[in-house]
Design a protein around this ligand. Structure first.
Ligand code: AMP
Length: 554
């Protein structure tokens, strides 16, 4: 292949194969990441056929890392972290310590050096943000207490990793052969100073300048410039951090994201950078797959299984034990253990570093890659087992039962978010009895605190719906954002022995059509309702008020 087209070839083949395998994986109910990794294995040197450019792949992967870390920064919230710190901090530290120790132990058995074993263990200790967020999202746990604990826990792991990425090179460059501990100490000090300098600069100058600039750029009203600024920020700060401070790209990008997220436009910045982030994250997984030699599954099956056991069993037991010791329920402990029983992007970054520093061997890398691919594949299964276990339990969780029987002729109010809360207020003001249903534990708690009757759970679930006694309801209002789910609920409500009128919220004409086809009696597009309210206001303005009183006189 002519060299000048190798970047194009790499991008084309990477995207196309990643898409095909990602789709296949999704169809098989696996994480699409598994598909991307397999696509990488296919274009890697260990399998026949097209072989991607192995000097370009790592650079594309690095862009993926920068954008991924930028995204982690954008979503990082100090407040969320502080609210769960009592569990997340000790939990993450104990779990990381346990995983590192187990990895090191396996390493010594395999005759590796201490440094290699420790780095191997450390790379098994940190879970993948991408995998975790997807899992929590599909289990509808993202906004729950356990979801927040798991995310906070992961943030602590990420922060520890960012620190490790900075410290490992310092330790390795001097730790290797030198006899005097002073060399290590000096290198560490120098690194810490540089990192400290970078962080101070970001917190003192960047914190003011970046959000300020973001707002100015937003003020230009150009969508394109806004997106461009967000990207320039992510890449620019990452590059600057590496060039000027010798700090990793990852740390720079993380800070850029964190500082931008403090601006009121942070949310939009996150949205705008998402497509590019997704695209390069995919290339990151493809290029990691390229490194993987599937031969290891046949040559060292036992070691692969042991690595997998550390990730899936060892780490889970440690996490479960910490959460239980800190007084949380078994359910919460199990969810958190399952969420973190996988490894991903940070492990790949760390082993890449280990290899470039000559601390780690390719054998160790292949074990980590095998462990990652297998644990990511197993993760949805763990969640499915967990869900089945919860369904089997005879006693429902205390917060999922309704506190008193619903009144007759009540309104069934499904969804207690922005729309539901407002509607509840209006109904309560007019003395209309209603029962709230929502998946989110916090929302349910606040509904109860406001004196409303509430059922927690997915309304598309028969048992949950039954608790709200639709047979005694006068009508139902669905304020769920997802039309497919809302459609399911409509069907349930309409297929019972005593169907009730159903009103639904929608976001598009297509959603309205879908809901009406499922049997809803009316569906309102939120944006149309806004237009109506605004037109009322316009018509209330002095010059037009008369037009309304005396319409259409021509
Ligand atoms: P909002 O978009 O702010 O009006 O919020 C929608 C609300 O609906 C949130 O509180 C969600 O937790 C809730 N919700 C979403 N899906 C379901 C579901 N399947 N069953 C019950 N509540 C849901």
């Amino acid at each position: 292949m002519p060299h000048h087209t190798s970047l194009i070839a790499m991008l084309c083949v990477g995207f196309v194969l990643a898409f095909v395998f990602g789709l296949l994986a999704t169809r098989l109910r696996l994480s699409p990441i598994v598909g991307y990794l397999l696509a990488g294995v296919l274009v890697g040197p260990h399998t026949p056929g097209f072989v991607g450019d192995q000097t370009l792949a790592p650079q594309l992967a690095e862009i993926g890392v920068i954008l991924l870390m930028f995204g982690v920064g954008l979503h990082f919230s100090m407040r969320d972290l502080i609210s769960v710190r009592k569990i997340a901090v000790p939990g993450a530290l104990v779990q990381m310590g346990a995983a590192t120790a187990m990895g090191w132990f396996l390493g010594t058995r395999l005759g590796w050096s201490d440094a290699e074993g420790l780095l191997f263990g450390l790379s098994l200790s940190v879970a993948s943000t991408v995998v975790l967020l997807r899992a929590l999202e599909s289990a509808r746990l993202l906004d729950s207490e356990r979801g927040r604990i798991a995310v906070g826990w992961l943030v602590v792991e990420d922060l520890a990793m960012v620190l490790a990425l900075v410290l490992v090179p310092a330790l390795a460059s001097n730790g290797g052969g030198s006899e005097d501990g002073g060399g290590v100490g000096a290198a560490l000090m120098a690194t810490l100073l540089k990192v400290g300098g970078f962080i101070a600069l970001m917190l003192i100058v960047g914190r003011r300048v970046l959000p300020w600039m973001l707002e100015r750029v937003a003020g230009t009203g150009s969508r394109e410039l806004f997106t461009l600024f967000v990207l320039a920020c992510a890449m620019g700060v990452a590059f600057g951090a590496a060039e000027l401070f010798g700090v990793s790209f990852a740390l720079g990008a993380f800070f850029a994201g964190m500082l931008l997220s403090e601006s009121p436009f942070g949310h939009k910045a996150a949205e705008d950078s998402l497509p590019l982030r997704d695209a390069f994250a995919v290339l990151f997984f493809v290029s990691v797959g390229m490194l993987f030699d599937p031969g290891i599954l046949v040559e060292q099956p036992l070691e692969v299984l042991e690595t997998l056991a550390i990730i899936v069993i060892g780490k889970s037991v440690a996490a479960w034990a910490v959460v239980r010791m800190l007084g949380k329920s078994n359910e919460i402990a199990l969810t958190i253990a399952a969420s973190l029983a996988q490894i991903g992007e940070f492990s790949f970054i760390l082993i890449g570093l280990g290899i470039s520093l000559d601390v780690m061997s390719e054998g160790a890398r292949d074990l980590v890659l095998a462990g990652a691919i297998l644990s990511i594949m197993l993760n949805p299964l763990l969640f499915a087992l967990l869900a089945r276990r919860q369904q089997r339990r005879t006693t429902p969780p205390a917060d999922s039962t309704i506190d008193a029987p619903p009144p007759m002729e009540h309104v069934l109010l499904v969804g207690y978010g922005r729309v539901g809360i407002k509607l509840a207020e209006l109904l309560a003001r007019d003395g209309v009895p209603f029962v709230v249903v929502d998946t989110d534990a916090d929302r349910i708690a606040s509904a109860r605190a406001a004196g409303h009757q509430a059922v927690r759970g997915n309304a598309a679930d028969d048992d949950v719906l039954a608790e709200a006694q639709p047979e005694h309801a006068a009508l139902a209002v669905l304020t769920l954002p997802d039309p497919l789910e809302a459609g399911k609920v409509v069907q349930r409500l309409k297929s019972g022995t005593s169907p009730i009128p159903v009103l639904a919220r929608a976001h598009s004409d297509a959603a309205v059509k879908h809901l009406l086809e499922r049997g809803a009696d009316a569906a309102i597009v939120a944006e149309h309702a806004i237009a109506h309210s605004l037109s009322e206001m316009v018509m209330a303005a002095p010059p037009y008020r008369r037009m309304r009183a005396a319409p259409q006189r021509t």
